[in-house]
Design a binder for this molecule. Structure first.
Ligand code: NDP
Length: 457
């Protein structure tokens, strides 16, 4: 493998220290053959020594200190990456392959791309951008057009680390390799699908970004629609990038809001003060940096329909929120009740079984209606079969970084899908702005507004 320079723009940020560097530690351990130079850049007046300490600390949190010596001579450069001169100073000395990782606020990343137009990039340069890709369909399209003037599409990585989650990757095998599952994966047998990402974390000082994005743009529009695409896509002929990304894109093209009505297919809420794990949390509007007038939602839900022969009529609910009582990241596939139950079996099953995939920890479980338990030989009750994760989970960003360094775009979001995701949710945002959907409240530490069906699952 050629030596690669990984240039992280936004080196002093949260994403870099909390997610990218620990993933790099895991990757260096897994791939001893990887030859990498690491350069960090940011506006902060850091010394290279300080940056090296950040890198060492991140490696140690992953207990992967051993890989650190391979990038021990990493350097830090102070730079305003929206300025072409600063970027040129970072890029010109690079000898060999270059991967630029934009760990920047979205608007700054866009400006940095603009500035890159004035620079000659090394051949085979790879650009890796974080979500959100643009702020609506038009801006996503403009950003895509700009990126494609810099490098070809196959060297643009729109990172959505959910696509690097082991569960989602494992879903391919579970869906397509099991005769017990593949034939029942349709509206004929599935009653509903819920993709949920509930966090106990509150704002965690991220108002600068989050107060402009909210739960919808931060989670539903990007991560959860990508999960929906993998759940709903038709079986691709192969798992190569073209077939897989075509299948996902087709699923997204067929996805609409339920009854095309944003007012009845979406809900939004904001947390009030409460307690989580014994910790007092102030109301969202009292968090530093929050502008209450913005009416940013911290919990959002939309119901979609995938209008294909396979899925028409099945509600796909996407829900995500902060400051909830329990962290629950999962896909819940609920099967329809059987058409006929032999008389003699007692009890009325509310569904025909539930398949759950944990999105970290990477569990899988199948809830079945069984008889023969304590309530009598023919009394139905519920039992759960579980698959627990292995000893070491593959860290989502490790998968992402590994694929970027190998230039395998399979799990990157293609330009058309990035634009499409905005088109699906934009009517919701507009309906919210028109006040057609009330901004509800829920207490921090609760399960969310009580009358939401998803708060009761
Ligand atoms: P932060 O605000 O923590 O960090 C952004 C970084 O960009 C800071 O180091 C900042 O430096 C730097 N920066 C800002 N302007 C410039 C500039 N002109 N030149 C050079 N550096 C600059 O954001 P996050 O790390 O949280 O997020 C970065 C991206 O990652 C966002 O797109 C976000 O959506 C995405 N993301 C973040 C996740 C997370 O958990 N943090 C998870 C998934 C995606 P300074 O502070 O000195 O200005």
């Amino acid at each position: 493998m050629t030596r690669t320079t990984l240039l992280i723009l936004g080196a002093s940020g949260d994403l870099t220290s909390r997610l990218l560097l620990p993933a790099l530690a895991q990757l260096l351990e897994r791939q001893p053959e990887l030859e990498l130079d690491l350069v960090g850049a940011g506006t902060d007046d850091w010394s290279t020594e300080r940056w090296r300490a950040v890198v060492r600390d991140a490696f140690e949190t992953m207990r992967r200190g051993s890989g650190a010596h391979r990038i021990a001579d990493t350097t830090y450069a102070r730079a305003d990456v929206t300025r072409a001169d600063d970027l040129r100073r970072l890029i010109e000395p690079v000898d060999g392959a270059l991967v630029v990782y934009f760990a920047l606020p979205p608007a700054v990343a866009e400006e940095a791309c603009e500035a890159m137009r004035d620079i000659e990039l090394p051949e085979e340069t790879v650009l890796a951008l974080e979500k959100p890709f643009g702020g609506d369909e038009d801006s996503a399209r403009r950003l895509n057009a700009l990126l494609q003037t810099l490098v070809p599409e196959e060297r643009i990585f729109r990172v959505d680390h959910f696509l690097g989650r082991a569960t989602l990757l494992k879903l391919l095998g579970v869906r397509f390799a099991n005769r017990a599952i593949e034939p029942v994966w349709s509206a004929e047998h599935v009653a509903s699908v819920l993709v949920r990402f509930d966090e106990t974390l509150g704002l965690e000082n991220r108002a600068r970004y989050y107060d402009h994005a909210g739960a919808m743009d931060d989670m539903l529009q990007s991560h959860l629609l990508q999960v929906l695409a993998v759940l709903a896509m038709e079986p691709p002929a192969t798992l190569d990038e073209r077939d897989l990304r075509d299948a996902k894109a087709q699923a997204l093209r067929a996805t609409r809001l339920w009854r095309d009505d944003p007012a009845t297919s979406s809900r939004r809420a904001r947390y009030t003060a409460g307690r989580i794990d014994g910790r007092e949390l102030p109301a969202y509007v009292d968090e530093p940096g929050v502008d209450a007038v913005r009416e940013t939602e911290t919990l959002a839900e939309i119901v979609c329909e995938v209008r294909t022969a396979r899925w028409a009529g099945v509600p796909f609910t996407l829900r995500s929120g902060k400051a909830l009582g329990e962290s629950r990241a999962e896909i819940v596939v609920t099967f329809a009740p059987v058409r006929h139950l032999p008389s003699g079996l007692s009890g009325t099953p509310r569904d025909g079984g539930i398949l759950r995939f944990g999105l970290g920890p990477e569990t899988m479980s199948l809830e079945l209606n069984v008889n023969g338990g304590e309530d009598g030989l023919f009394a139905l009750e519920r039992e759960t079969l579980r698959i627990e994760p292995g000893d070491e989970e593959l860290y989502a960003y490790t998968e992402v970084l590994g694929e970027i360094l190998e230039r395998d775009v399979t799990i990157s979001v293609r330009a058309d899908s990035a634009e499409r995701c905005w088109r699906i949710v934009e009517p919701v945002r507009r309906a919210w702005e028109r006040g057609e959907v009330p901004l509800e409240e829920y207490r921090a530490g609760s399960a969310g507004p009580q009358d939401w069906a998803s708060s009761q699952v």
